[in-house]
Write a protein that binds this ligand. Structure first.
Ligand SMILES: C[S@@+](CC[C@H](N)C(=O)[O-])C[C@H]1O[C@@H](n2cnc3c(N)ncnc32)[C@H](O)[C@@H]1O
Length: 259
């Protein structure tokens, strides 16, 4: 289907999302299936639809952002976080700053808060969580989850910190209030500073190599020395030293000083 390049420019003007920084083949496939689903056959008429209908614009943003997540996604990596990364970080500092940078509906930052609670250090960390998608953030603030999101939560944490109503799990306020949510576009916006731990998982896969390069540099600047970057299962950094990181465990990178 022709017209993708013009469409990306129009979308950037309309909603400040630069699709040209997302992998083109993947993005085109997703958008073109949405165009067809709406009974249209070209980008131009689809853009006119988006421009004139908030509902269709919401549907579009929802579809391209892909919010799939779950608590303790890839559980073995969270065991490393609990047993090695967090104890080392907290041994050096009284209060940690932890940033979940593409937090979807909150499963990831709340998993961190649950671990902190389990370790008895819940109040020793500020957990900030951001995403580009305002609808996902609304769900995150609500903290209500279906059974499929919570399957990896250890039973004692599930019993202690959730209220169960049939197949719905409601996160208790004592965990919810430890995480603050806000909108942040990784490709555009200013990053937080002085983070001890940045979690960026299952979003880099959608970005172009140029966008990733820019992001790793921005993550470096957003961290304190010896801060840790926790990435997704298919998102290992091929040349971490190029960005001032050293791999310390699979999926965990430590910031070193650049000379
Ligand atoms: C597949 S989810 C990953 C959620 C969680 N990190 C995990 O690993 O389970 C990808 C998330 O990235 C967000 N996202 C996509 N583009 C983004 C951008 N430019 N800036 C910030 N978040 C973005 C989406 O809205 C979505 O919530």
């Amino acid at each position: 289907m022709d017209g993708y390049k013009d469409f990306t420019g129009q979308i950037k003007d309309l909603c400040k999302i630069d699709l040209s920084e997302y992998k083109e083949k993947q993005m085109k496939r997703r958008i073109e299936s949405l165009i067809k689903r709406n009974g249209l056959s070209d980008y131009n008429s689809y853009f006119n639809l988006l421009k004139n209908s908030d509902n269709h614009l919401k549907e579009f943003l929802d579809y391209i952002t892909i919010n799939v997540s779950e608590f303790f996604r890839n559980p073995t990596q969270w065991i490393v976080l609990e047993n090695e990364i967090l104890p080392t970080l907290i041994s050096k500092k009284k209060k940690l700053k932890i940033w979940s940078s593409a937090c979807a509906s909150g499963e990831e930052p709340y998993s961190v808060a649950l671990l902190l609670a389990k370790m008895g250090i819940l109040t020793n960390a500020d957990v900030i969580a951001t995403d580009i998608d305002t609808r996902a953030l609304e769900d995150a603030r609500a903290g209500v989850y279906p059974i499929k999101s919570v399957v990896n939560i250890p039973a004692q944490l599930l019993d202690r910190y959730f209220i169960r109503k049939d197949d719905i799990f409601i996160l208790k306020e004592e965990i919810k209030k430890r995480v603050s949510f806000s909108v942040l576009n990784l490709l555009n916006d200013k990053f937080p500073r002085d983070c001890d731990l940045i979690i960026c998982r299952n979003v880099m896969i959608y970005f172009t190599e140029e966008a990733k390069d820019k992001l790793y540099k921005k993550f470096y600047d957003a961290m304190l020395d010896e801060g840790i970057l926790f990435v997704g299962s298919t998102e290992q950094i091929i040349t971490p030293q190029k960005y001032g990181f050293v791999g310390i465990k699979s999926f965990f990178y430590k910031k070193v000083k650049l000379h």
